[in-house]
Write a protein that binds this ligand. Structure first.
Ligand code: FAD
Length: 382
């Protein structure tokens, strides 16, 4: 069995050889070829955090974070596949699945025979996820699902969807494992996106879909409190590391450019103002990485603060990534606007991190509640 160090080296090699050279082409063609995903799966990288018994690499949360960064630095869309397939759906199955569900789905997901997507958002329901309008009705044959999901990463090619729906009568939210092959399931690819162009985003139409009883994940009515909350927690951890990845790439690009671009008879890295941008980006990135590593350790220890600290890391690193990517465009000047240089794509890719898995604005009140519960200053009371 490979050590975590060997796995991380293999991930870095795969990212450098198979992803980085093609990331621009994936975006231009608006897809990651199945063959590349197949090769990624062959290395076990679609199941990096799964236990060995399900075909996984058994990376712990800190190692999984570092792995996510390696993939994310080279190709944000491939990182996005890992976020939804492994973190959101895979980890949900591991946590809430029955032994039979785990045995059935996880090894296939690990081998890449089956790609999974997480279907929560709808055309009219995003942040208010408790209010999903996709409905289910219990029948003798199974659960009858009706509704439409939107903005679902990799839904265009996924074989399995973790669909969040509400009881048509009571409004109770439940999670269902829905297969693409089931009658009444269809997808429509989304295009014209700012970024994540190669992430196979699609809408999912569920028309009279009968889902067998054994495809309920967790308990009936536990879809929001248990499945959505824990899935998004795993997703946020992945997104926090995606922010580190984008910022590191941006910093590498801006430092390289500043060392070679000359203006006014000097290299631009000799100007104090440019150095200030480089230094600030470096400081922010170091802080974000330290935070993500600390959160990874909390997650490894199953610490009671792990979930809130994950949200804090997601908010911080996504904002930091946007700032660093913006400053990288600044250092590139006009060239920063051109897709001939890497920072144009990084700038667009950073933006989505502040939106997915709970926007920064939606997470802030949750963080504020923790502040109000835990922060006191003797003598400050009115
Ligand atoms: C590239 C991409 C990939 C995605 N992949 C997936 C996926 O795989 N699966 C999936 O289910 N979804 C996915 N999404 C959807 C994403 O999770 C939602 O876009 C996100 O949750 C925000 O929902 P919304 O777009 O409906 O915005 P809205 O909820 O309409 O929010 C609009 C604005 O209002 C603010 N706002 C809303 N409610 C509040 C509040 N209570 N307090 C303060 N401010 C508020 C928001 O912060 C935001 O600024 C993806 C989106 C994108 C762009």
């Amino acid at each position: 069995m490979r050590t975590a160090q060997e796995i991380l080296q293999a991930a870095q090699a795969f990212a450098e050889e198979e992803l980085r050279p093609q990331a621009g082409a994936f975006e231009a063609e608006e897809e990651i070829p199945r063959e590349v995903i197949r090769r990624l799966a062959q290395q076990g990288f679609l199941a990096a955090s799964f236990p060995v018994q399900y075909g996984g690499l058994a990376l712990d949360p800190v190692e999984y974070g570092l792995f996510t960064e390696e993939i994310g630095k080279a190709c944000n869309s491939m990182r996005e596949l890992i976020t939804v397939h492994t973190s959101l759906v895979g980890e949900s199955l591991l946590r809430w699945g029955t032994p039979a569900q785990k045995e059935h789905w996880l090894p296939k997901m690990a081998r890449g025979e089956l790609l999974a997507a997480f279907a929560l958002t709808e055309p009219d329901v995003g942040s208010d996820a408790r209010g999903v309008r996709t409905t289910y009705v219990k029948t003798e044959e199974g659960f009858l699902l009706q509704g439409r999901k939107k903005w679902i990463s990799f839904a265009d090619i996924a074989d399995l969807f973790l669909v969040i729906a509400s009881d048509a009568q009571t409004g109770e939210v439940t999670a269902f494992l829905v297969e693409r092959s089931q009658t009444g399931v269809s997808t429509t690819k989304m295009s014209g996106l700012l970024a994540s162009k190669a992430s196979h985003l699609a809408e999912i139409d569920l028309h009279d879909v009968v889902v067998p009883h054994e495809n309920v994940l967790g308990r009936i009515g536990g879809g929001f409190s248990y499945i959505v909350n824990s899935a998004l927690d795993h997703g946020r951890y992945s997104i926090a590391w995606a922010g580190v990845a984008i910022a590191q790439e941006s910093l590498n690009a801006m430092a390289t450019y500043a060392r070679t671009r000359r203006q006014g008879g000097k290299l631009i890295c000799e100007y104090d103002a440019v150095q200030a941008l480089l230094a600030d980006a470096h400081v922010q990135l170091q802080a974000a990485r330290a935070l993500c590593l600390s959160v990874g350790r909390l997650r490894k220890d199953k610490h009671h603060e792990a979930m809130i600290q994950t949200s804090i890391a997601k908010v911080f690193t996504s904002k930091m990534a946007m700032k660093v990517a913006t400053d990288a465009v600044q250092v590139f000047g006009g060239n920063g606007f051109s897709n001939q240089y890497p920072v144009e794509r990084l700038f667009r890719e950073a933006k989505v991190l502040e939106i997915i898995e709970g926007t920064s604005q939606v997470l802030q009140p949750v963080i504020a509640q923790q502040v109000l519960r835990t922060c006191h200053h003797r003598g400050a009371e009115a």
